[in-house]
Structures are given as structure tokens and as C-alpha cells.
Design a protein around this ligand. Structure first.
Ligand SMILES: *Cc1c(COP(=O)(O)O)cnc(C)c1O
Length: 387
């Protein structure tokens, strides 16, 4: 059979981690004790009280039928209450909240409502790959907004040409940011609102890391910004906050027309998340959030071990105020790829080359704080021997 792939598949960007993955498999097959700091997947389990709620919910026959695609009203109310407590947002759970099957699903599907050929989508780079892929799958054109260290990894809105802004329908933002760990200021969010209103652009804010914050930092919702509710939709995820990556649940909130647009797409593509999973998610959202505090303490301790150690070894890294990533410049003389290859070959450590997230990430690498302090100690010892 002759497989003639559609352009959206033919045009997929090359997967930059192929070579690294191959080397990792090779090391594993040789019996190397590989320490993987590559992927952003929490190593610790979902809290017991969430698992217990799931165990009860899974037995209820009422949960065995098709869920509604937008999520149960109970789930949406719980998400709205969580946003009220956390950000002071007043959201109508019926019109301004949609349950999603993990935020990745919604990030990939939302553009179907607004993007077609010749539509421009503004996408941060380095960044989460799904913003560009979602655009590509709709036949739209990505305009990359570089996130540069000299701008604190915030896009320079003045660098977006007016003719591009005119054609743009969507701007993606993600703060706290993966992979740079940067945080947005409220002033920046205000500038985004002004820009979006001037050019009639929808702002999609990916808030996957809003709760993974340290040293007393509290990340704002984009929707707290005056005027943001007129043009914005925000994607929240339970994955990182409650160690629930495998459960596939999150929610989108914001402008009622934008939420309705997402619901329209989703109701034609999926039939919602299992209601038992929604019940378990309600347990997490309604809880006193002390679990999240515990996780913050754990990641803070890991971060301090890793960053202090890297600095002692002459790798200048800063302590992130949010996310569970350490984003740092590779040593002089290395590229992102050569540094990560060397670490894997000589020290059995997997870390992610920054250019894999986009060209301005060249010269950087990312380590995830998803192994315990003892293993991080081992990372530093091995690094000391190989640098
Ligand atoms: C992990 C991650 C997500 C996806 O989370 P899910 O809700 O598990 O799909 C979205 N955006 C960014 C930037 C992420 O790192």
C-alpha cells in the first residue's frame, strides 16, 4: 500500500530527541544505571485521598455511561470554586468552564475553532511543541515569538510586525514557563491584553505550572488581568499539581464565547473524560491543598541541591521560582546537543537539549527535578567526574 501522508503529517517537525533516545536505550541495554532528568513527569504518586475517591467512584454504575463532553456540572463547579479561591476569579461554571482530557488535548483542539489556511498563530519559542503542532494541523501559519534571556524570557510584543499581528487570531503564552521556568509579571499580562485588543487576537494561556511555585511566589492567572476575560482562555491541568499525569484531566476557563467554541469542537471529537476520573479530580480541587504545599517543599529541597551543586561545578544555573525545571546555559565550547550527548555517554545522565524546544533554546539545557535528593547527589558526583 502506498501511504500518501497528509501535509499535516509530512510537515511535522523532526523529533529532535531521536538521537538522544537512541543513546539512552543503548546505555540501558549495556546495563548503565541511567538517571533520567529529561521528561517532566512527576516521580511521586497521586495522593491517597484522590486514589481512594477514584476507587469508590469506579464502582458506581452511574459513572459507567457516556459522560458529557463538557464535564459534569459538579466538576465544572469545583474548578470554578478552585479558581475563585486561588485567583479571585468569578466564573460561571455553566458558561465559563470546560473539562478537558488533559490540557494537551484542549491545547491541540482549541485552534480548530479559529485557525484555517493563512491564519497566523503567535507561538513562543523555545516552548511546548503542541502550540505549533495544533496550528499545523489546522493548516495555519506559526509566527514564532522568541523568548530571550535579556527579556526575562517574555516575548517582545513590539517585535511582532503589524501585518503579522493583523493576520493573527491566537497568541499562546505559558507562565510559569516550560522550558525556561520564567514567570510573567502582571505588567506584561496587561501589555498582552492591550495588544490583543488592538489586533483582535485571542490569548490562550497555558497555566500547567501555576501551582508549582517556590520561595513564597504566587503565580497569577492571566484572567486576573483587567480586560483579559474579554479576549482570554486559560488551560489548567491537574497533572503536575497533583501528580496526576496519567489520569488525563484538566479544565479550560475564561471568556464564555471562547469556552463555548472549545466545547463545540470537543463535542464533535470526544465524549468527555470518565466521570470517575472527574470525581477523583473534584477531591483534589476541593481539598485543603496541603498536599500541594508538601510537593512544593519537596521540589524546593531538590532544586536547592541541584542548583547549588551545579554552581559549585561551575555551571551557572539560577534557582527557578516556579515549575520543576532548571534551565541553564551549557558550558562554553559545548552546544546543547554535544553537552547532553556527553552527559549521557560519560555520566549516564539524561537531560534535554534546549534547542529541542526551538532554535532560541540553543546553548541551553533543561533538567527536571523528578528524581529524589539522593539521586541528585549522584547526578552531581557523576557530573563532577565528567566535566
Ligand atoms: C505538562 C504540560 C502540559 C500538559 O499537561 P496535561 O494536562 O497532562 O496534558 C501542558 N503544557 C505544558 C507547558 C506542559 O509542560
Amino acid at each position: 500500500m502506498n501511504l500518501d501522508f497528509a501535509a499535516r503529517i509530512r510537515n511535522l517537525p523532526p523529533y529532535l530527541f531521536v538521537e538522544l533516545d537512541r543513546k539512552k536505550q543503548e546505555a540501558l541495554s549495556k546495563g548503565v544505571d541511567v538517571i533520567d532528568l529529561g521528561i517532566g513527569d512527576p516521580d511521586l504518586p497521586t495522593p491517597d485521598f484522590v486514589v481512594e475517591r477514584m476507587a469508590e467512584a469506579v464502582r458506581k454504575p452511574s459513572n459507567h455511561r457516556y459522560p458529557s463532553s463538557e464535564g459534569s456540572l459538579e466538576f465544572r463547579s469545583s474548578a470554578a470554586n478552585w479558581c475563585k479561591k486561588r485567583f479571585g476569579l468569578e466564573l460561571d461554571p455553566k458558561a465559563q468552564v470546560c473539562c478537558v482530557i488533559g490540557s494537551k488535548e484542549a491545547i491541540a483542539h482549541f485552534p480548530l475553532a479559529f485557525v484555517e489556511e493563512e491564519t497566523v498563530v503567535l507561538v513562543p519559542t523555545p516552548g511546548y511543541p503542541v502550540y505549533h503542532i495544533g496550528t499545523l494541523f489546522c493548516g495555519g501559519d506559526t509566527f514564532y515569538m522568541p523568548l530571550l534571556e535579556e527579556n526575562n524570557f517574555l516575548p517582545d510584543l513590539n517585535a511582532i510586525p503589524a501585518d503579522v499581528a493583523e493576520k493573527a487570531r491566537i497568541m499562546w503564552l505559558n507562565y510559569p514557563n516550560n522550558p525556561t521556568a520564567a514567570c510573567a509579571t502582571k505588567e506584561f499580562f496587561s501589555q498582552v491584553v492591550d495588544f490583543a485588543k488592538e489586533y483582535n487576537i485571542i490569548v490562550c494561556h497555558d497555566a500547567a505550572y501555576s501551582e508549582m511555585t517556590y520561595d513564597g511566589y504566587i503565580a497569577p492567572s492571566f484572567l486576573e488581568t483587567p480586560g483579559a476575560m474579554d479576549i482570554g482562555i486559560e488551560f489548567h491541568s491537574l497533572s503536575k499539581t497533583y501528580n496526576m499525569t496519567g489520569w488525563r484531566i484538566g479544565f479550560a476557563v475564561g471568556n464564555p464565547d471562547l469556552v463555548a467554541a472549545l466545547k463545540k469542537v470537543k463535542s464533535n471529537v470526544d465524549s468527555g473524560q470518565f466521570e470517575a476520573v472527574q470525581e477523583a479530580a473534584i477531591a483534589a480541587l476541593d481539598s485543603d491543598q496541603s498536599f500541594v504545599d508538601k510537593m512544593r517543599d519537596i521540589y524546593t529541597a531538590r532544586r536547592d541541591v541541584l542548583v547549588d551543586g551545579l554552581n559549585r561545578l561551575g555551571i551557572k544555573a539560577q534557582k527557578p521560582r516556579a515549575t520543576f525545571y532548571v534551565w541553564f546555559k551549557v558550558p562554553d565550547g559545548d552546544t546543547s546537543a554535544s553537552f547532553c550527548a556527553r552527559l549521557l555517554e560519560e555520566a549516564g545522565i539524561v537531560c534535554t537539549p534546549g534547542n529541542g524546544f526551538g532554535e532560541p533554546g540553543e546553548g541551553y539545557a533543561r533538567m527536571a527535578l523528578t528524581v529524589d535528593e539522593k539521586r541528585l547527589g549522584e547526578v552531581l558526583e557523576r557530573l563532577g567526574n565528567c566535566l
